[in-house]
Ligand binder design. Structure first.
Ligand SMILES: [Zn+2]
Length: 333
């Protein structure tokens, strides 16, 4: 059975819809108020358990279990598949030994980062963390917010974290790999984050990926310091707080102004400029680009390996053509 069908057969659409919509039975089906358009008077939202589908007669949205979860969470199909597969206990595909090894290593690093977040949180509540806590309060953060976001404090020393995790049995190599230590030219190591407010950064699934850190030293440089590039931390594909938000970022307006020489065919010029914007938005907000680490070649260079944002994902793009004739081109183009 293909994984999508298997997931649908294992999960009950009524259960999943009921997590956020109050349903009542009506004959063979269930009805309720649609969560996707404002309505409180007539329940127009129907779930059909027999076919595993739903439909709203108010806003005309509908589909299967996947469509519902995607709509509710703002996920794309891949995210919904991953989430529902996990929930249904469906293995998506057998993984190669290398992939398994890599996944295990990532899991170990995540576990370490989770412990590091606890370590920093603990220090925020220690006497040494008072300056950091005062700073956060001054910035208007309540204790509730500080707790909810798991904010912490990195002690003002070169080896507090190093000693703590060495004693827990972690190898220096692993601590470096997680981006918690820095290394000098002579190979000696020290705590990367010192006397800083620590912000845990998680991926879209809420798993630890790294830290952002703000210095408490008025003269401290840099003011903000992130985890370096690690197997888990890729700035281009992480967004702070994404796990707590809906998981969805929508670009609402895009204006670009470009020096185009002379636009002999303005429509074609605008088409090219818009193509560039779409690529940029795609790289920033959706799929990461895969590089072949041996050759440096882009492995996801075609439409069959890289999902470009579609027209429905994008706002109207406003183009401003700045015409500065070039001296050496035909017609100044
Ligand atoms: Zn509706």
């Amino acid at each position: 059975m293909d994984p999508v069908e298997e997931i649908k057969s294992r999960l009950d659409i009524v259960d999943i819809v009921s997590e956020t919509v109050q349903l009542r039975k009506s004959g063979k089906n269930y009805i309720g108020f649609c969560p996707f358009h404002p309505n409180t008077r007539t329940p127009a939202f129907v779930v059909f358990p027999e076919t595993g589908t739903w439909h709203c007669f108010g806003c005309q949205k509908g589909g299967d279990l996947f469509a519902f979860v995607m709509e509710r969470e703002g996920w794309d199909f891949a995210e919904a598949l991953k989430h529902l597969a996990q929930r249904a206990g469906v293995e998506l595909r057998p993984r190669s030994p290398q992939a398994v090894q890599e996944a295990e290593e990532h899991e170990r690093l995540r576990h370490l980062l989770e412990e590091a977040a606890t370590f920093f949180r603990h220090h925020l509540r220690s006497p040494a963390g008072k300056a950091a806590l005062d700073y956060l309060h001054r910035r208007g953060l309540t204790d509730e917010t500080i707790e909810a976001w798991g904010l912490g404090y990195a002690p003002n020393a070169r080896d507090t974290l190093l000693h703590f995790f060495r004693e827990k049995g972690y190898a220096v190599e692993t601590l470096l790999q997680a981006g918690l230590l820095s290394q000098r030219d002579d190979d000696s190591v020290y705590d990367r984050f010192r006397h800083r407010v620590m912000f845990p950064i998680r991926d879209a699934q809420g798993r630890m990926a790294g830290f952002g850190a703000r210095t408490l030293d008025p003269e401290g440089v840099p003011k903000y310091l992130n985890t370096p590039q690690t197997p888990l931390f890729d700035k281009g594909s992480l967004l702070y707080g994404l796990d707590k938000a809906t998981g969805q970022v929508r670009v609402t307006r895009y204006v670009q102004a470009q020096d185009v020489g002379v636009a002999i065919n303005p429509m074609s010029v605008e088409g090219q400029l818009e193509g560039g914007v779409v690529q940029g938005i795609g790289r920033a907000l959706t799929e990461d680009m895969q590089l072949d680490m041996e050759t440096g070649e882009v492995r996801t260079s075609s439409l069959s390996t890289y999902l470009m944002p579609l027209a429905v994902d994008l706002p109207e793009i406003e183009n401003i053509l700045i015409r500065v004739p070039a001296e050496d081109g035909p017609f100044g183009a």
